[in-house]
Design a protein around this ligand. Structure first.
Ligand code: ZN
Ligand code: ZN
Length: 102
């Protein structure tokens, strides 16, 4: 049995989602942006993501990268798509965004 440190603890996994933001760009398609980082497109119907993690480590037959997992949690209503928190924060961009700038 190898040492896994705390990579698998729920706390660590959840913390990763808190810098993510999901935006639906088409039916079943989400753009997941890491704050201050890169953006990836998740296809819910295909269960695919265009990040390297998914391409090289997960693959269609394998597991889901954290973008995919994030989108699933957002769709299930577990996490807020704007701030990635289970309980939406007052500082959440989703809250302060009014529709008028679109
Ligand atoms: Zn991904
Ligand atoms: Zn929020």
């Amino acid at each position: 049995m190898s040492t896994t440190h705390d990579m698998t603890s729920p706390r660590t996994r959840r913390a990763r989602f808190r810098s993510l933001r999901a935006e639906q760009i088409a039916p079943g398609m989400f753009e997941v942006e890491r704050r201050g980082g890169d953006t990836h497109v998740v296809d819910r119907r295909e269960g695919a993501c265009d990040c390297e993690d998914f391409e090289y480590r997960m693959g269609p037959a394998g597991g889901a990268c954290y973008h995919l997992r994030f989108v699933r949690l957002v769709e299930d209503g577990v996490l807020c798509p704007g701030c990635g928190y289970e309980r939406c924060r007052p500082s959440c961009p989703e809250r302060s965004t009014t529709e008028e700038d679109h």
